[in-house]
Design a protein around this ligand. Sequence first.
Ligand SMILES: [Zn+2]
Ligand SMILES: [Zn+2]
Length: 289
Amino acid sequence: MPNKSVSSADRVRLTVLVEDTVNKPDLIAKHGLSILVETTSADSKSRILMDAGPPPDVALHNANVMKADIRSLDAIVISHGHYDHAGGLVQILRSIGRPTLVVAHPLAFAPKFAYKPNLKFIGTEFNHESVRDAGGVLLIARNSVPVATGVIASGEVPRENDFEKVEGFWTVANDHFLQDPMTDDQSVVINLREKGLVIISGCAHAGIINTVRNAEKIAGTDDIYAIIGGFHLADASGKRIEATLDQLLRIQPKRLYPCHCTGSRAMKRFLESFGERLAAVRTGDIIEL
Ligand SMILES: [Zn+2]
Ligand SMILES: [Zn+2]
């Protein structure tokens, strides 16, 4: 049974402003993610932007083409600090032109690097001051934040299994170059009345299974209606893909929308098991649940 203290939304509409692929003219596809999340409940509505896409303004361009109004957002939730999710933030805030709540983890604007194949900066050049200067009202928290009726920013995701390891990311902390455990990674969780949870991951660097288990704990229910977003399995071992599939089959989401960094091998395996319950997600798609 759902946690009584967690409110629920009656309906959710997801507008995919940025994803790696596109099948509509005039829209730009680029490696990254940005999803407009609109919910309706008995006595309220909410409009939240999950991630801002890559720099400088891909999400903004596509929102304008789609006539998706992102000037009246209640909040922007940043899933983590990589450029492909947070890079468009300042341009979006400037375009909104009024103070807008930005929910992020304390390490979301920390330095972020990867070897691709040589050392490359993959974060944003933003800091709290530049986000504030652009109109962002920062809510910086490690724990979960209820953002609207039935909508929660998950906060840090505990790492509880042995197969979802974070590898290949680096940061600088206390003047030391270190492996980045991507502690800032979080999801958006929507408690959809009579259906269950809709979980939107950014890249799921914490692991998509850890992400789902954390959402279950926060919302107090293990009814999972839909999982949408990057599952970060493009470079994963076959063993990890099979372990993830095995857990997803236990979780039994009614709908699965893996995209962005999920990778074609994992997509193929998930499709074999989930069939019509799985759908591709592309820039410009609108998903109503
Ligand atoms: Zn990432
Ligand atoms: Zn990503």
